[in-house]
Design a protein around this ligand. Structure first.
Ligand code: RB5
Length: 152
């Protein structure tokens, strides 16, 4: 599975840790930056990763900003992106089982490396449960379609 990772300055430290983990797990990834602690705007990096997921160029994305909130807002604007802010293990597991989340968002100022490792490993390996959750995801898609056509 190929994934894309991205962050802003507040998520840079944790992104570097996550990149190290992905390498050790032999997971293929594209690093969309940022690549330092100089102040940048999270939408620019959220857009890069979410665009790759939305177009199907990669299967999944991981985004990290200070809280994870801004990156979540950006990612969920993109068609086909189901981004979930997971700063705990239970949310990471449920976001895969019930929501088939394809973008994991974490807060670099909220959690540390050890928890982030567990979250990423859980999120990467937990399957979507399907079943009744397919119907619910289809309803999200329908809302997206209706908003496009009705402009509501
Ligand atoms: C940057 O200071 C911070 O606002 C950003 O990383 C993020 O937490 C926004 O949601």
């Amino acid at each position: 599975m190929k994934i894309a990772v991205g962050c802003d300055h507040a998520g840079f430290g944790l992104k570097e840790e996550v990149v190290g983990l992905l390498k050790s797990l032999n997971i293929e990834f594209i690093d969309c930056g940022t690549n330092g602690t100089q102040s940048v705007d999270y939408p620019d990096f959220g857009e890069k990763v979410s665009g790759l997921v939305s177009s199907g160029k990669v299967e999944r994305g991981i985004l990290i900003c200070g809280t994870g909130i801004g990156m979540s807002m950006v990612a969920n604007k993109f068609p086909n992106v189901r981004a979930s802010l997971c700063n705990d293990l239970f949310s990471a597991k449920m976001s895969r089982l019930h929501n088939d989340a394809n973008v994991l968002v974490m807060g670099g100022r909220v959690i540390g490396k050890d928890l982030a490792y567990e979250i990423v490993k859980t999120w990467m390996t937990t399957p979507f449960e399907g079943d009744r959750h397919i119907r619910r995801l289809n309803k999200i898609r329908k809302i997206e379609e209706d908003l496009k056509t009705d402009g509501k």
